[in-house]
Design a binder for this molecule. Structure first.
Ligand code: HEC
Ligand code: HEC
Length: 631
């Protein structure tokens, strides 16, 4: 570059900076992502000759429709090694051409590069019209070209459904088994990869209507292998090639015991590098010990220690750290002398009646403490972990606009944004945790490492007891774990044609549940992760804090939130709770045994909506719950 060009460039940069500085940020928070955020490469590309779609896949044991094997949705041993691949679909039919090329790059050589397309399902649930041994065209790169609609015996045309499955039959794996299948993907010509449902006796794949895409294109296809416990562990349906390995490496950390380094699933070796980072004080030894199957936890039996509940504590209602206990109870310790502990002493029953006279019983938790009893505390049971990257990708301006509109509502709903500080002291929109106390997935994950397991990171280098300085977990590990959490796919909505569920959806709006459980957003175009950008999502939360009345209130605030204020929780995947967690428990402390009970606990700003539900005839209440279970 010439000297002149450099000085011109400097000038232009200086001008750009001045221009940016001149436009003041109109928001009371600093947005996480803006027009200047560095974006990862887009996963779709529209060229004059082709529509190109890129995504990643992982090796699987068996095929999608094989309920009898229970071996599709689980993860293989050594899943973080050699077991992901990048796929590229070059669709020329979309631009008037005649064929579609699928190129894929694996991490290690394949023995049998089997590529299958156009589902047929004769004799087996995994039989295809087009079966091909894909030739090698580069380093671990394979290719297959489709020239006909083999099912209908005619040229390809936009709108054609092409189901594909690419097997990653490893030639000589470093560790673990040799042969594996892949994900069953539905590609619609001229459109892209879409979440699918199986129709008819063969469960042939058809695109789900967009109403079912609760997580936009991250949405998973329906599940046909009998493994409900694995539903919350899946990669987003549109996961970008650059996310695949970080997802797997992050998953490994999620399943690692930071004490002895062991992995929670059999067949996987200990992660030696992570050994000995736990404690001295801690609540649990791994992320999955609390977030079992990435789902919510169930409350422990009476008198048993609470190792899946985080008990935040304080010296006063504002949340000032307790002089002896800090900010949270750590009921376990390396030397066997924990600072304190908590358990459920009893359940207190509260009787009530629906307007039609039907009685109901709610139950409230009564806690007992060992060691020191904190004067102020907030006990929170582990929540589910799907769709969090999408919640992070919702534009601050959209949430703040909802808060602004809440100020003028006539129905008593007064949601407000929780403005919190990040580790650099910047004002951010709080999104995560039951009181929206954490601004980003990364912050939340680093917080969990620190306060639940006493593992330090560069975000939180000091422990709850004030000690600690050097980060124990590297920034790369933290980034991988964050990406794993951010790209877990959301399940598709079910029972779309069920008349009761449809009626329930109308009643949900009529009872004003939507005042807080906001059905839809479009995520920001500025999120760095391509799979999370500009997605139409239906989380059923406004991410705002609401005063839910004395029934749900704790006596401990968090940052700017009072004991009575809670963030509206997302309702997606609610209906999968029993399958994932092996039982049901709702609300911040798991007190509600059913969805009806969860609704009946609503008070304060939610009182009117609760009363609308209480006044419904039994059939309408059942329809509303059916709708919630379809999510
Ligand atoms: C002791 C049990 C426990 C452990 C261990 C634990 N969590 Fe959590 N997790 C919780 C609880 C309880 C909350 C709600 C916290 C709050 O309200 O502030 C939560 C919240 C979260 C959230 C935010 C969810 C939301 O909807 O806002 C994420 C993300 C998360 N945890 C990830 C992790 C990861 C990753 C790890 C491991 C590094 C981990 N957690 C370890 C119990 C646990
Ligand atoms: C004023 C805002 C508001 C309104 C209106 C409202 N909710 Fe909620 N909802 C919340 C908040 C906040 C929570 C979390 C409370 C807690 O955990 O203590 C919640 C929790 C829930 C839960 C439990 C979710 C979980 O993950 O455990 C369900 C189910 C639910 N609401 C359904 C409904 C239905 C159905 C209606 C309408 C009849 C409704 N809500 C109306 C704010 C609201």
């Amino acid at each position: 570059m010439t000297k002149q060009a450099i000085s011109l460039l400097t000038l232009a940069l200086a001008f750009a900076t001045t221009a940016a500085a001149a436009a003041p940020n109109p928001l009371p928070v600093v947005p996480l992502f803006e027009a200047t955020t560095k974006l990862e490469p887009a996963t779709t590309e529209d060229t004059p000759d082709a529509l190109i779609t890129r995504f990643a896949d992982r090796a699987r044991d068996r095929h999608a429709r094989e309920a009898k094997f229970h071996s599709y949705d689980h993860y293989l041993s050594f899943y973080w090694e050699e077991r992901t691949m990048a796929v590229e679909i070059v669709d020329r039919v979309a631009k008037g051409g005649k064929d579609i090329t699928v190129n894929y790059t694996t991490l290690a050589p394949l023995g049998a590069p089997e590529f299958r397309a156009f589902f047929r399902g004769v004799n087996t649930v995994a039989e295809y019209h087009f079966n091909y041994s894909a030739p090698l065209i580069g380093s671990n790169r394979y290719t297959a070209t489709l020239r006909h609609n083999v099912t209908e015996k005619r040229p390809l045309q936009p709108g054609d459904r092409i189901e594909m499955e690419i097997s990653q039959f490893l030639k000589a794996p470093k560790n673990g088994r040799k042969n594996y299948y892949g994900t069953t993907v539905l590609y619609v010509v001229g459109k892209g990869i879409v979440p699918w449902e199986g129709r008819g006796e063969l469960l042939d794949s058809f695109p789900l209507p967009e109403k079912a895409w609760l997580g936009g294109l991250t949405t998973l296809p329906y599940q046909y292998s009998a493994e409900p416990q694995h539903r919350f562990k899946q990669m987003a349906g549109n996961i970008a090639p650059v996310s695949a390995q970080p997802f797997m490496l992050g998953r490994r950390l999620h399943h690692t015991d930071f004490g002895n380094g062991s992995h929670s699933e059999k067949g996987n070796p200990a992660f030696d590098e992570q050994r000995g980072k736990l404690g001295p004080q801690f609540v649990a030894q791994s992320c999955v010990a609390c977030h079992v199957n990435n789902g919510r936890a169930l409350p422990p039996a009476l008198g048993k220690p609470m190792y899946q509940t985080v008990v935040k504590v304080g010296a006063d209602a504002k949340g000032t750290a307790h002089p002896n206990l800090g900010g949270a109870l750590q009921p376990q310790s390396a030397d066997g002398t924990p600072e304190a502990g908590a358990s459920i002493a009893s359940w207190q029953s509260i009787e009530g009646k629906y307007a039609d006279g039907t009685p109901f019983t709610l139950r409230k938790l009564v806690y007992a403490f060992t060691g020191e009893t904190p004067p102020h505390f907030s006990a929170r049971l582990t929540p589910q972990l799907v769709g969090l990257g999408l919640l992070e990708a919702i534009d601050e301006a959209d949430v703040l606009a909802l808060a602004e509109a809440n100020r003028k509502r006539a129905d008593g709903v007064r949601g407000r944004a929780h403005i919190v500080k990040d580790e650099h002291g910047k004002a951010r929109l709080g999104r995560f945790g039951y009181k929206a106390g954490q601004p980003s997935v990364r912050h939340q994950v680093a917080g969990a490492l620190n306060s639940d397991m006493s593992v330090t990171t560069s975000v939180f280098p000091k422990l709850d007891d004030g000690t600690g300085s050097k980060p124990e977990l590297s920034d790369t590990d933290l980034a991988n774990l964050t990406r794993y959490i951010s790209t877990l796919g959301v399940s598709a909505r079910r029972d779309l044609d069920d008349a009761d569920a449809q009626r329930g959806e109308q009643l949900f709006a009529k009872a004003n549940c939507t005042a807080c459980h906001t059905p839809g957003f479009t995520t920001s175009r500025h999120h760095p992760l391509a799979e999370l950008r500009a997605q139409k999502v239906q989380p059923f939360t406004d991410l705002l804090l609401h005063d839910m009345g004395p029934g749900l209130a704790d006596n401990l605030g968090e940052h700017d939130a009072t004991g009575a204020e809670w963030r509206t929780p997302p309702l997606w995947s609610l209906g999968l709770t029993a399958g994932v967690s092996g039982g049901e428990a709702y609300l911040h402390d798991g007190r509600a045994r059913t969805l009806e009970e969860a609704i009946l606990w609503h008070g304060g700003e939610g009182e009117q909506a609760k009363e609308a539900f209480r006044a419904m005839p039994a059939a309408e209440r059942a329809a509303l719950v059916k709708f919630l279970k379809s999510l």
